[in-house]
Design a protein around this ligand. Sequence first.
Ligand SMILES: [Zn+2]
Length: 162
Amino acid sequence: MRSVPSLLSMIDEPKAPAPTVMPWDYIRMRREAAGLSIEQAAEPFWHRKEHRADVERNFQRIETVGFRVKRLWDMSRSFRLNLTVYRQLCDTPPDMHPRLCLACGWDEWSAQLDAEGFDCTWSDADPQICTRCEQLRRPLFEQRLPNFHPTHTPHGGHQIAA
Ligand SMILES: [Zn+2]
């Protein structure tokens, strides 16, 4: 009788599943990787003061857990985000999501330079993250509870009375 490898030896050791990046996580990761607060990310999108609150509210909404936008606007004025990736995160089950850096949300179809000026790639030391995040020691994103709503956290903290 031919010896066959035991079925168990052919199955990978069970690992803790990698956290799933959801659309709202993706937007937040890309914004934070660009070093922007919600207010800063929103700023290029309003020109009249009376629109500011609305625009900022929209930026908060898209990071709210459970929120998916049918047609996301072009974010490139404030930070870089791959709209195709966003769509896939919205429309496909987690096991079909594209591979993303779990610290900054980078995808391999998007050009990004690492901290040394080379093209970003997957880290050898930790394939869950990109080389830029490895160099910057950026922590992995944290999954949030369904009732999470991004808060106003302006840099500097003080609100200036107009
Ligand atoms: Zn990264």
